[in-house]
Unconditional design. Structure first.
Length: 206
């Protein structure tokens, strides 16, 4: 029997993860069964269970992958010296995050923001998933603290406010805007950058 190449195994795993992510984003974790996932990816139960033992393992694999990709985006931003202004940086980072899963689209509507909201909700009942999310958040927060410290060192931001508190607020802006994109129609991603720029202009002459 011919050996299956690693490339084929990786492609099959990718197919399962993407199909499951779309199911979860569309219907939520609890309303999605493994049968729904099998139907979405067009594979037999044996083919899917070769890679994942069940729905919980699929969920954790998807969340781990997304967290890793989000962490890479923010850590890349933190390495810029000096960092671009907050409006540019936050807007660009959110745009990159929302573009992570271009395949999660149905009828021209992106489903990745909905998947993010589903994950946040699931952490309220799943302690293992909550720990995973906490680790991811801590890594992203550490990257943003370095960004804020870069602003402060460059004289771009007042230094009497703790960098950690500014970092948490910048993350909250991105999270909140992602929730708007998930929940409401017609939310342009570039509106976040414009909004932050407007807030930054307070105190400037009109």
């Amino acid at each position: 029997m011919a050996r299956v190449s690693q490339e084929h195994l990786d492609a099959r795993r990718r197919q399962i993860l993407d199909g499951a992510a779309l199911c979860f984003a569309r219907n939520g974790f609890h309303a999605t069964s493994m049968q729904d996932v099998l139907k979405e990816v067009g594979l037999s139960a044996g083919a899917v269970y070769r890679y994942f033992s069940g729905k919980d393992e699929l969920i954790r694999a998807i969340v781990s992958e997304v967290l890793s990709e989000i962490r890479d985006i923010f850590e890349s931003a933190a390495r810029q010296t000096p960092p671009p202004p907050p409006d540019v940086l936050v807007g660009r980072a959110l745009g990159q995050v929302l573009d992570l899963k271009p395949g999660l689209v149905e009828h021209d509507r992106p489903y990745f923001p909905r998947l993010l909201v589903q994950v946040w909700t699931e952490t309220l009942r799943d302690e293992e998933l909550r720990a995973l999310i906490q680790d991811g958040y801590d890594a992203v927060r550490a990257a943003w603290i370095r960004i804020v410290e870069g602003y402060q060192a460059a004289g771009m931001m007042r230094a009497d406010v703790p960098a950690d508190r500014v970092a948490r607020t910048m993350i909250a802006m991105a999270q909140g805007f992602a929730a708007q994109v998930a929940l409401f129609d017609g939310v342009p991603v570039d509106a976040l950058a414009d909004g932050v720029r407007g807030l930054m202009s307070m105190g400037e002459p009109s």
